[in-house]
Design a protein around this ligand. Structure first.
Ligand code: PLP
Length: 421
């Protein structure tokens, strides 16, 4: 039996239909922005392996640092114990986040980073004995697949089977110049019952790389602050350079109360989640009363290897070389965006930093389930590129080490697909 057949015997993959889906491609190794399958076929990883890889696969510096750490300390309980990688990472991360972020809470993925942020906000008001219990979120947002994260995400085919088990959330539209005053009124009307507002800043990733303005978001956030609503900025996707700056926060003047990170946090090498918060939030849990404790901790909280990988990845991110690569990708995207925008089959081109989305003018609907999506996915694989369209939206989200030659090949293949399909 080959790997694909063995896989079919024992594995249940995420996001894969049980019947009719093509078998998975077995990857044997990866380097830089290339994936190699067991037959030696090479694919360009143009979606950074589900948005996580920053500096390319198996980056030698991260590999070296993790190897050294593995020889020293693999794992230790993080309640009552601590270690250098966790502390060094927290110090480094806080030094590049908005100055009001003062405490780091570790988990092991994006969904749990969101769960912790929600629990911190809800318990913040509980500890203060104030009746603020509602959560505010954007329509069509995505914050993860666990129950709390699903609850604050937009309702869709993903959440329908669990609908009755999801807690109530007040959903509002993305802010634009025309509706901002109306949105502020909605927040004001609810403000005494709102615990927090959770949002993906500037880009709603899973919704289809939907982009919206920093200025309008800033106005909404400033109003939330005036109304005492805690703000959770979910940078699980936008963090670590994706938007062209280190964080989406670097485009905003209103600072959030809490922030969530994962995906690119370790450069994509290992699972790790982080929730940061202000000293003010932290203080609401400081008490001799044990009932005010945040009772949340995962077995692999602050795994030393993952923390080491994250520290190495952030060092790489901050290097002049990586910052140059990020700007280079932004410029390449920009040039192609202008070129492709006038194509008759293109409905819209959107770009925020290294994220480029091309919305296809599709006849048969825009959903994840559209037939066009499968055709495109297959077409790009046949041309040795991993691109995973969201419905009729093709997006490019490359590792920062991608060459201009590979970018040009991806752009050309997309252009050809527009002509061919
Ligand atoms: C992917 C994602 C999450 C969930 O992260 P996981 O590590 O997949 O659980 C949360 N928020 C946003 C904005 C995301 O894009």
């Amino acid at each position: 039996m080959n790997l694909t057949q063995r896989d079919a015997e024992v594995i249940w993959h995420p996001y894969t239909q049980m019947l009719n889906s093509s078998p998975p491609i077995a990857i044997s190794h990866a380097e830089g922005c290339y994936l190699y399958d067991e037959n030696g076929q090479r694919y360009i990883d143009a979606v950074s392996s589900w948005w996580v890889i920053l500096h390319g696969h198996s980056h030698p510096y991260i590999v070296e640092q993790v190897q050294q750490q593995l020889k020293k300390l693999d794992q230790v309980i993080f309640a009552g114990f601590t270690h250098e990688p966790a502390i060094a990472l927290a110090e480094t991360l806080l030094s590049i986040l908005p100055a009001n972020q003062q405490k780091v809470f570790y988990t092991d993925n994006g969904s749990t980073a969101v769960e912790v942020a929600l629990k911190m906000c809800l318990q913040y008001w509980y500890n203060k004995n104030l009746p603020r219990k509602k959560v505010l979120a954007f329509h069509n947002g995505y914050h993860g697949d666990t129950f709390g994260a699903m609850s604050v995400s937009g309702r869709s085919a993903w959440t329908t089977p669990f609908e009755s088990h999801l807690f109530d959330v007040v959903f509002i539209d993305l802010p634009v110049a025309q509706n901002i005053e109306d949105l502020k009124k909605q927040v004001t009307a609810l403000s005494n019952s709102l615990a927090c507002f959770i949002y993906e800043p500037l880009v709603q990733g899973s919704a289809g790389m939907i982009m919206y303005g920093a200025e309008e978001l800033d106005q909404l956030l400033a109003h939330c602050r005036d109304c005492g609503v805690l703000m959770i900025q979910d940078e699980v996707f936008t963090g670590f350079g994706r938007t062209g700056r280190n964080f989406a926060a670097d485009y905003l003047s209103t600072v959030p109360d809490l922030m969530c990170f994962s995906k690119g946090l370790t450069g994509g090498t290992m699972p790790l989640g982080v929730t940061t918060c202000t000293q003010h939030i932290y203080n609401a849990f400081l008490s001799a009363d044990k009932l005010k404790t945040l009772f949340h901790g995962h077995s692999f909280t602050a795994n030393p290897l993952a923390c080491t990988a994250a520290l190495a990845s952030i060092q790489l991110l901050l290097s002049a070389e990586t910052q140059h690569h990020i700007q280079r990708i932004c410029q390449q995207h920009q040039t192609f965006a202008i070129e492709i925008a006038s194509h008759p089959k293109v409905k819209e081109v959107r770009q925020t930093g290294t994220i480029l989305a091309i919305e296809w003018l599709a006849g048969d609907g825009t959903s994840y389930f559209s037939g066009l999506r499968d055709l495109l996915y297959r077409y790009f694989l046949d041309h040795h590129i991993l691109l995973r369209p969201l419905g009729n939206i093709i997006y490019i989200l490359p590792p920062y080490c991608i060459s201009n030659t590979d970018l040009a090949y991806i752009y050309q293949t997309i252009t050809d697909a527009l002509h061919t399909i």
